[in-house]
Design a protein around this ligand. Sequence first.
Ligand code: AMP
Ligand code: MG
Length: 479
Amino acid sequence: MSLSCFDPRFGERMLSVDEALSVLGESLAGVMRTPRSERVALAQAPGRVLAETVISPLDVPAQTNAAMDGIALARASLPDPASGEPLSDRGELSDHCELSVIGSSLAGHPWTGRALAAGEAMRITTGAALPAGADTVVMQEQLEYRSAQGEDRAEGEAGERVVIEGVTSIRRGQNVRQAGEDIARGSQVMVPGQWLTPAAVGVLASLGLAEVAVYRPLTVAIFSTGDEVTAPGETLPAGGIYDANRFSLVALLRDQGIEVLDLGILSDDEASVTAALRDAATRADMVITSGGVSVGEADHVRSALAACGELALWRIAMRPGRPLAFGMLRAIPADDASSSGQVPFFGLPGNPVATMVTFLQFVLPALRLLSGQQRLAKAEAKDEEGASATTLAQWQAPRLQLIAGETLRSRAERVDYHRGQIVLDDRGRQVVMTTGRQGSGILTSMLLAECLIEIPAGCATLHAGEPVMVQWLGSRGIV
Ligand code: AMP
Ligand code: MG
């Protein structure tokens, strides 16, 4: 397959973001391998990708237990208002009833005595196993404890009786967690590809698992390029600019659980770029550079890549981020089946906002795919054509539809990604506003960003009040 933007499908026009993603997906399919796996302690598992199918070795919860503090009883042993029986010992139709308490079942200290008989109840605490003969828990707030003689007495003493208020509202099974109601023994809980979130490691722990098989993290090598680009900490020379991109990229990569090989800053010189790419391709699963791909600058990256692999320079109909290089570097032939001998390469544009926006559109989906993640959904989302969402686009930041809180302007022929913040308008609706000036060099426009506002190609002006799609970057902000 061709990596070129001069693919006959596209002619010489700019690629849309979706077209670029689909070419990217096809290219990556050729190098996709199941990553190698390793076993790690559960505490080391968050942020990793599960490499095994997890079948539950037990019921969770392991035993039927109380969801509230109170008393356990058999619902059938309470008077039934529907049958017309009196609701109290004294024969009045009331909503009270009195039972005798035969003992306690406490969390971690289950009752080991006889089963409850009719007219009996057992004190129980949240999480304690239900005693035999009980099927229902009545919460503390509906109870009053009495001695057998009728005086009030301290809770929990032997021989006490309990008066229950609101008998008619008590349903069989209320306030009871059934054994296995969360996870049944023998059921499939997770499959390979599950991103191990805090909830996922909590679920694995609830199964009693102390360690788990995860994929090895990908290693990604990154460079900045440009004679003017200067490392923070050094004196800024005349005409210099501090290297922002390596730092935002390292942070974006680490957030995805990637191991980063930070290879520093490269000068605009073909020989050094070639040597660096060759070296990086032997040590990393992916290589990312920033800068050096715009028209007039791209030549040395183009020639360097031609020496190390195959390259396409894409003109993508997006702003920021029009120029983007993608290619495959030749790696040293690998001795294991987890490598294809080809290492994907992304040459991101140098403007700091463009670097981040192109990372989010293209590199993030590629990394998620290559790291073995599966997007797991209860019911697989369908796109407008009804096809299952299996493309790389599923790995972009999730899209939400909001309302434009202000009029937004764009260059009509490209999709424009404005950095947005979500606020409530005076009618209580969630609307999206830009974060301020939107130049691709204005990195502070990303500081407040909670989302990227997608102003589609073909839309020069989006009026305040109109619906607009945003890519949600997360409450903490992916960026
Ligand atoms: P380029 O894509 O190399 O033409 O760079 C486009 C713009 O981004 C230029 O103004 C560069 O100085 C700037 N730039 C390139 N790399 C970086 C970097 N690592 N950090 C900050 N700005 C950069
Ligand atoms: Mg440059």
